[in-house]
Structures are given as structure tokens and as C-alpha cells.
Design a binder for this molecule. Sequence first.
Ligand SMILES: Cc1cc2nc3c(=O)[nH]c(=O)nc-3n(C[C@H](O)[C@H](O)[C@H](O)COP(=O)(O)OP(=O)(O)OC[C@H]3O[C@@H](n4cnc5c(N)ncnc54)[C@H](O)[C@@H]3O)c2cc1C
Length: 495
Amino acid sequence: MSRLALWSRRRFLHATAVSIPVATALSGAESFAAPAKGSDAAALQARIAGTVVVKGDAGYETWREAMIWQRAKADRRPDMIVQVERVEDVQEAVRFAAANGMKVTTRCGGHSMAACFLRDRGMLIDVSRLDGIAVDKAAKIAVVGPGVFSRGLAERLAEDDLAFPGAHCGTVPISGFLLGGGVGLNTNAWSQGMSVFAVKAVDIVTADGRLLRASETENRDLFWAARGGGPGLFGVVVRFHLQCFDAPKVIWGASYTFAYGELDAVTRVMDTVVPRLDKDVEVLFAVAAAPDVAEDAPVEQRQRIYLDINAFVASEAEGRRKLAPLLRDPLIARAIDRIENRAGSFDRYYSDNEASFPQGFWMGDDAWIDRPMEAVEILKRHIPNCPAPRGTPLLLYMGTNKMPEAACSRIGRFYLAYYMEWDEPAQEAASRAYCLKLFKELKSVSSGSYINEMDQEGRPEDIRDCYSPEAWARLARLRRQWDPKGVFHGFYGQS
Ligand SMILES: Cc1cc2nc3c(=O)[nH]c(=O)nc-3n(C[C@H](O)[C@H](O)[C@H](O)COP(=O)(O)OP(=O)(O)OC[C@H]3O[C@@H](n4cnc5c(N)ncnc54)[C@H](O)[C@@H]3O)c2cc1C
């Protein structure tokens, strides 16, 4: 086996580790072939430490599918996939694409449910292997590669008694999560509602292949765009400079299960009691099917409400004190199941959460909500008709923070997300239609959507509602300025 083939296999296995079953990965890796001798792709391959895979190559399809986190594999095919190993590889790849008239998208963890990074034609740059972490404990700054997973970041920072508002699921890398805004852990207390506001600078490769630092003091408009521009960003971020926080000594929490008939009551508590809690108490609820009830049982029997409370605090005593106003509410006594006095950690949080993400076919959508009772009225009409075997609406209290000046410009008091998972491709069309209808109706009570989990494929015309009108216009203006030749794709469905 040549050195190139060995390297390629190692890289390939890394990319597929969380994406597809191992058996498929192995068979694809064995058949991977380097770009044809003398081709432009071979010339690029010779200049980078990463891997170039060209449409038509043996192994291309396995690589393409491995770019997507889940089993629903969008039917779009870039001409070339470049998995980079070094920052210089990104620069080479972008220059190559620009010189060859290829439009570029970037992926990292491939968690975008719409696989918005996957487009027909052009080049897909995979930055998942840029996964270094350097921590300056005294300054509480971490310089982190895009491929670092939320769990990996939490583990590394814990060594220095620090923490960062990473995603709620540890397998989500910080890359797309932060660029789109980041509904992260404890953001109400740590980062003005969204994780991206704890990003102090980014290192970004621009359309001409330059590597620039963007921060409040350098290339300020690029910094503005990187903090929330998400899939509409016109560059490849290769490093994030993160403001970290003193790690909580404990994540003190409790979980309660309620009958579906308590949906109004639980929502009312979210609306009126939760906002009075300290900011470092994070509360959400999800509606999900009880595991032991038949799929065709009436909604009242089948669905349960799971209320989850976590305080990021310095001691058990502080946690108890901060949860008390909520736990005194009469609702809590009506729980049909409960876990109380939970002394948790990031590790435990992530272990619990990851268990609930098996690899099925997924889609999702979301909305920013200020008045949750109105949204729940709409949800109640739809939930009984959900065609997917697993459909889970979730409501998270976000707080009422004033957002800093950034592309990330829309938020609500509450974040409403809806995750749909099914087992067979035949269930897809009905699931998508259901979600689309529901979220079109929710528009009447929402103040927009969150770009990272909205159904970009189903509602491309609503992508602009993820941004304030001013931010949407400024993003377009900056794109023309920083990427005049249109090297980078814009938002899904808009370029
Ligand atoms: C199981 C699961 C749990 C999730 N949990 C949360 C959560 O708790 N909070 C939350 O806010 N979101 C969550 N999400 C949504 C998540 O934030 C988005 O899917 C996000 O895009 C994931 O990042 P990624 O690196 O996998 O992005 P990818 O899917 O790889 O890329 C998405 C887009 O981001 C852009 N992009 C990514 N990396 C770069 C880069 N380095 N430079 C330039 N552009 C880039 C590209 O335009 C790309 O099209 C979750 C998703 C899943 C599937």
C-alpha cells in the first residue's frame, strides 16, 4: 500500500467515524484511489497534506456520504472534496477553486440537517481534521480548530478549570455551531444568549486565499459576518479564539416527566416562573413518545413531557437555592417520574444526550418564540398528526439579552426546535411535509428562525428571517466586497 493510500485511509476513517457504519467505511476506504496522474486534481493533491477526492473516483460516493452526519444523504454532488490537514491546505484549495472557476462550500461535522454544505458541482472543503486546542489559562482564552467537538473542548478546558458554552450534544463540532450562532450550554449566563458572542476572534481564509485575523480591532466587518453568518459566510474559518469561563464545580439539576395533558401547565411555568430564576439555571422541556407505549396509542397516552433543569454553579448548596423557586411550583408535585438532586458534569450531560441521538434519518426546524403559550396552541394541533416514528418538539428558555453587534441578530425569549427521526426512506416525504406545514403556521407567532437548525431545504425563502433586515443586507454587501468573484456559495437555495 502506498504512503498516500495509507494516509488516505487514516483520514477517511477519521471522517467517517461518526458518520456511517464502520463496515461501509472500511469497504469504501479500501477502494479509494488518488486523483488521476497529470490531472489538475493531482496537482492540487501534490501541494497539500490533505486528501483530494474527485467525482468519478473510486471511493467518491463513500466519501460524499461520509460528509453527512446522518443517514438521509442529500442527493447533491460536488466535483471535488478536499479534506484538509493544515491551514495552508485550505489556502491552496481556495486558490485552486478560484483559479478553476469552482464554487466552494465548507463542512466540518456535517451536522447540518439539510446538508447545506453539499451542493452540486464545485468544491467541498472538509475542515474536520483541523482540531487543535491551545489554552491560555491565565487569559481564559482557547484557540481552537473548527473540528474540535463540543465534548472534546469541554474535556480539555476542564483540565484548566475552564468551560465554554458548547453545543448541547457533545458530538457537534464547534465550527458550524458557532458560525451560525450557537444555542449552547449556559449561554444566558455566559454569552448573552448565543455562544458566538464568546468568540473573540477568528482566523479566516478569504476568497483570494489570504489568511486573516478578524476581531473587534482587525477586519471588523469580517468579524461581524463570522459571528452568525453561518452558511452565508464568504470564507473558511480555520481557528476560533474563544473566551472561556470559570468551570462550574457542579451542574446541579433535576428532570421531571409529566403527562401530555400538562403541556399548557408546563409551558406556563416556562413562561412565568423560569424567567425569574438566576441566569445560570437552564431549563428546557421536550415532548417525546414514552418508550413503552404503542405507536398507535392516543397522543395523551403516547406522549410525555420531559422537563430538564440544570444550574451551572459553584456548589450543591448554590444549586439547591437556585432551583428552589421552580421546584416549589405546584406543577412539580404532579410529575409522574423524577430524577432529583442530580450532581452532574459536562461529561454526564453529554453522555446522557448523545445516547438519544441514534443514527436514523433526520430533519429538523426551529423558531424563535416570545410568547410560548401561542406556539404551544399551534403545536397541540399538529403533534397528534406527526407521521415520523419519533418527533420531538423542544422549548428552551433563552433569556432576554441585548445582542452585541453581529450577523447573529435574531433571537427570542424561547427557542423552539422540532426534531423528526424516521427509519425508512419511505417515511421521509410525509415527515418533511408535516414539518413544513407546522413551521409555516408557527411563523405567525415567531420572530424568525435560527439558521443552524431551520429547515433550509424545505423553507429556503425563510432563511432571511434568521437575520434582521439590516444584518441580511449587510451580509450581502460584505459578500460582494470580500468575495467579488463569487468563489463561495451563499445560503442554500440562494446561490
Ligand atoms: C445531533 C445534533 C445536535 C445539535 N445540537 C445543537 C445545539 O445544542 N445547539 C445548536 O446551536 N445547534 C445544534 N445543532 C445544530 C448545529 O449547530 C449545526 O448542525 C451546525 O451546522 C453543526 O456544525 P458542523 O460543523 O457540523 O456544520 P456542518 O454541517 O459541517 O456545516 C454547516 C455549514 O456551516 C458552514 N461552516 C462549517 N464550518 C465552517 C468553517 N470552518 N468555515 C466556514 N464555514 C463553515 C458551512 O457553510 C456549512 O454549510 C445540532 C445538530 C445535531 C445534528
